[in-house]
Design a protein around this ligand. Structure first.
Ligand SMILES: [Zn+2]
Length: 171
């Protein structure tokens, strides 16, 4: 059975951990976490707005898949991976990322963006370094269904929403 390797990283948010396990289960592959909770912002991107600082984010790779393929598969199977009642950002930092290295990022928003998955890519091509492009905003009609409603929690800044547009990065 596929599992999540946390590699010693702490992730406060139980739902983010549930999503990582759902990715492992759905894709049938282990998930390797490279970053979780952070105490200080990075020097790049949104920095102080990063959901890593609020314990609601994870960076990872999927074993045996390139990040690009993993990102596409997570999008394809979003209905079985993400639970309804919350909002998420799925972000692929490609080979030309402004960050320290390519990876996939997921984070959970607060209740005001519940029931959606915002899919964003950055650095897929040299000219797209630092450009955060929203490819899709999926509405989750049914997910694992274990979390009813729009549970509120301490808010971090929300993204600017809209398909096929640039967004504020959440790294
Ligand atoms: Zn991240």
């Amino acid at each position: 059975m596929a599992s999540v390797n946390f590699n010693g990283k702490n992730i406060t948010d139980e739902e983010v951990k549930n999503v990582l396990q759902a990715i492992a289960d759905t894709l049938g592959r282990n998930v390797n976490v490279t970053s979780g909770d952070r105490r200080k912002p990075l020097d790049v991107g949104a920095g102080k707005g990063s959901p890593h600082l609020f314990g609601r984010a994870a960076d990872f790779h999927v074993q045996g898949l390139t990040d690009e393929i993993a990102y596409q598969k997570i999008k394809k199977f979003h209905e079985s991976i993400f639970a309804s009642g919350f909002g998420y950002q799925l972000l692929w930092h490609g080979p030309y990322t402004e960050t320290t290295g390519q990876h996939i990022h997921i984070s959970r928003f607060n209740g005001s963006t519940s029931g959606t998955v915002q899919c964003v890519k950055e650095g897929d091509r040299p000219e797209n370094k630092k450009k955060y492009w929203t490819e899709n905003i999926f509405t989750i009609n049914w997910g694992r269904g274990s979390y009813p409603g729009s549970r509120k929690d301490p808010a971090s800044p929300e993204s600017i929403w809209g398909e096929n547009s640039y967004v504020t990065p959440h790294l």
